[in-house]
Design a protein around this ligand. Sequence first.
Ligand code: SF4
Length: 324
Amino acid sequence: MAISPPSAASLYDRVRRVIPPIEWPAFVDDIDAILALKRERNAVILAHNYQTPEIFHCLADIVGDSLALARKAMSVDADVIVLAGVHFMAETAKLLNPGKTVLIPDPGAGCSLADAITASDVRLMRQRYPGVPVVTYVNTSAAVKAESDICCTSGNALAIVESLGAPRVIMLPDEYLAKNIAAQTQVDIIAWKGHCEVHERFTPADIRELREAHPGVTVLAHPECPPEVVAEADFAGSTAAMSDYVGRHKPARVVLMTECSMSDNVAVEHPDVDFVRPCNLCPHMKRITLANIRTALEENRHIVTIDPDVAERARQAVERMLAI
Ligand code: SF4
C-alpha cells in the first residue's frame, strides 16, 4: 500500500503545544505548497534550532545547531538544500556540499557576530600575533573562515582550542565565547570584540529575578552569553547541549537563556517539563518565514555562491574542525 505524503493537517499534532489552533490555519496553505515543492524539486530543508516551530517541526528534514547542520549538510543527497537559518550557515552548507544548489530564503538573514569581523581584520591579528593559531567561530563569513586555521562551534570550542597543542590561541570573533572557554582551559586565549546581539542582552540580574519568581528553576545558558551570566547559570552549553540536558535531567521547570524559538522547539519534545520563557528574539533568524521558503523553492532563489579560492581555504578550516 502506498504511503501518502504528509500534509499540513497531519502535522498539526507535532506543534499543538506551542501553536494555538486559532493560528494554525494561517500556516496550512504555505506548508502544503512547500511539502509539494520539496518533492518536485528533490529538495531538503535544514533548519536551525532557532527557527519557528512550524518550520522546525513541520517542514525541516534536518534540524540542529550549527555543528549538526554542518555535519549533516555534507551527506545530503538531494539536489537542493534550503537553509532555514542565517547566511553563514547557508555558506557552510555550500562549502561542504559544493555540488548542490543551496538556497537561503532571505539573503539579509545575517548575524551580529559574522558582521563583527572581516578577512582583513584576521590578517591584521596574524601580523600582530605571529605564529599564533587562529580559531574562528562558524558564525563568520566564508572569507573570514578562509583566513583561519580551524573553525569551532559553541559545542566543540574547548576541544578545538585544546586540540591545537599551542600555549596561545586567537579565538574570533565572539568575545564572550572566548572568555567562557578561557575559564575552562590553560590555553591563553586572545579574543575579539564581537558579540551576539541576542545573548549579550541577558544579565546576571535576569537570572536572580527568575530564581526568585520561579523557585527551583533550572537555568541553562548559551556560551555566547556574558561570563557573569554563565557563572550564575546551572549549566552552559550549545543549543544541542541544552536540549540534551533537558532530555537527560528532566528538570521540573527550566529556563533557556537563548533565542525564543529554542524553548518552543524543545518544549514540543518534553511535555512534562515546564518552560519559563524570558527569551530574546534573533531578528536575523526571524527573517526566514514560510512565505520566503516557498518563494525560494518556486523561484530557485537566493542561490548561495562563494568565490572558488575563498571556498577552498574556508572548506579546509571547516573540515579540520569536523575531523576533531
Ligand atoms: S542568535 Fe546571535 S549568533 Fe545566532 S544568528 Fe542571531 S545574532 Fe547571530
